[in-house]
Design a protein around this ligand. Structure first.
Ligand code: H79
Length: 507
């Protein structure tokens, strides 16, 4: 069409030529605009300070059959709800919880849920642990109460870890909880208890399954492909089974998808994603499930996120907003250095509640959710240290949750005292303070058009003294001595630039 307008009409006379030139310019401008605006050529760049600039990228996109389904964030109510959680809980529970990282008087230095891969522990010893699996003191209501007190909005529970042991009565695998002395389903009671407590439930599911004979790390022979095809059907069946048994499920947290066999199964993982979402509209699936046509994970060959949120932040937090690429994301974190399942001995450093709260604040300030992991003991109860950690996080959340729930990236230049968050609905800005400067004053530099009107402590709603600095920067003074713990200041600001104070400007 564009081509035809330019070359088609026969040009006679100056007027016609002028008309043609005008048309050509219009078309050229139009096509330029289209080229610049097309998703192929548009790339957003996020910089510190929240500025999103769109830059032209002349690189052509690679055609993909199984790339990202969408560019940009999901905007439906289910995803809005996910985005507003702020704080979540992860629970790792399974056969490994019985051993707690120890075997035969020896201690496994890796993560306790990986103990089956330790050469000191014979596989058949591990695989027979199900005969001892009897979490007699498991109390789903107590688990849900603990989560509610802690202030978490969602929980992710292990239905099946890499060892293949199913905590629900799966009809597709005998290696399941009904064969244990405990006999009963654990997932159903958990799902119902958490749901009743107002906590959304997500199911952790390891695709990699050490117990299934058809599992392959790579597909090197035709026989591998045949076996792995059976494995794919098995996986699909188990997932559909979980959604059918537990319709309250809000999403899956997939894991164990890093091997070549799965990376070569991009078409299948794509169809699986679509199948599960059709079965359960609104379902949320992170970027760990799929691979693209070329085996890329998380981000497809064109750099677009495959999944509803970026799921690559395991035990690490993006260093700044640019590192999040403007995507939704979650960070899952252990309390000890590493290790998700119960470990009798917590070697090395274990994070204090305030360290975890600081990580939470940082995640929310960068538009992510923060998920703290717990590894209950084989009897179904939590170790004291974990209970205390949950309690202390909960005590802090009780007072300060406003700065966490429904909050995200504020776009103001980060200061060394801590983190800004911003309520997505009313635009209120929160300062979560971890490092109190010696001068007792906190510097705030709002965005270019910002003007600080008022600031008060969230814990007692007492107004704080504001001292104007150059431009629109201010010092917020803390005249009272606060307990040595993180605290929140609520900032009321106008962002239209009208109230900008110019008196202090030194030109
Ligand atoms: O469930 C918890 C962990 O057990 C699981 N994910 C969290 C939530 C996990 N285990 N390992 N990993 C995540 C990271 C993967 C590490 C790998 Fe490797 C490095 C996979 C491939 C290279 C270690 C070495 C495992 C296989 C080879």
């Amino acid at each position: 069409m564009i081509h035809k307008i330019i070359t088609g009409p026969k040009i006679r006379g100056i007027k016609a030529r002028a008309q043609f030139a005008a048309a050509a310019v219009t078309v050229l401008c139009l096509s330029l605009v289209l080229t610049v605006l097309s998703p192929t050529n548009l790339q957003a760049q996020w910089g510190e300070g929240g500025k999103k600039t769109e830059i032209k990228n002349d690189k052509k996109e690679v055609p993909l059959k199984h790339g990202a389904h969408r560019i940009g964030k999901r905007t439906d109510p289910e995803m809005d709800r996910w985005r507003d959680y702020g704080l979540g809980e992860f629970i790792h529970f399974g056969l490994y919880s019985i051993l707690g990282g120890d075997y035969n008087g020896m201690h496994y230095n890796g993560a306790s849920e990986w103990i089956r891969s330790w050469n000191k522990l014979p596989h058949d010893v591990y695989d027979n642990l199900y005969k001892k699996f009897d979490p007699k003191d498991f109390d789903p209501e107590a688990w849900a109460n603990m989560a509610r007190q802690m202030g978490v909005k969602y929980v992710t529970i292990t239905t099946k870890h890499h060892d293949g042991f199913c905590l629900w009565p799966s009809k597709y695998s005998d290696f399941n909880i009904t064969k244990t002395p405990y006999k009963k389903d654990m997932i159903g009671p958990m799902v119902r208890a958490f749901d009743k407590a107002g906590i959304d439930v997500y199911l952790y599911f390891s695709v990699m399954d050490w117990h299934q004979k058809d599992w392959r790390y790579d597909l090197k022979t035709a026989a591998d492909t045949v076996a792995f095809n059976r494995f794919k059907t098995f996986t699909k069946n188990q997932l559909a089974e979980l959604l059918t048994l537990y319709p309250q499920t809000k999403g899956f947290w997939f894991d164990g998808t890093w091997d070549n066999s799965w990376k070569k199964s991009g078409a299948f993982s794509d169809s699986l994603d679509q199948y599960l979402k059709k079965l359960h509209p609104g379902l949320i699936i992170g970027s760990r499930l799929r691979a693209d046509d070329y085996g890329n994970r998380h981000f497809d060959a064109n750099g677009h996120l495959m999944g509803d949120y970026e799921q690559g932040w395991e035990r690490k937090i993006p260093k700044d907003y640019a590192a999040t690429r403007g995507n939704d994301w979650d960070c899952v974190m252990t309390i000890p250095e590493n290790g998700w399942g119960y470990a009798k001995t917590w070697l090395g450093h274990w994070k204090t509640p305030y360290e975890l709260i600081e990580m939470l604040a940082k995640c929310v300030s960068l538009d992510g959710n923060f998920v703290v992991n717990f590894g209950p003991k084989g009897d179904g109860t939590f170790r004291k240290k974990e209970l205390q950690t949950a309690q202390q996080i909960g005590d802090w959340m009780q007072v300060n949750h406003e700065a966490i729930y429904g909050a995200g990236y504020a776009g103001w230049e980060k200061q060394d005292w801590g983190y800004y968050t911003k309520n997505r609905k009313d635009g209120k800005i929160y300062m979560i303070v971890f490092n109190m400067p010696i001068n007792g004053a906190l510097k705030v530099v709002p965005g270019k058009k910002g003007h600080i009107k008022n600031a008060y402590l969230l814990q007692d709603h007492k107004n704080l003294k504001i001292e104007k600095l150059d431009g629109n920067a201010v010092f917020i003074h803390l005249e009272q001595k606060l307990q040595p713990q993180p605290f929140v200041i609520v900032v009321e600001a106008t962002m239209d630039g009208k109230a900008l104070d110019t008196e202090n400007k030194h030109v």
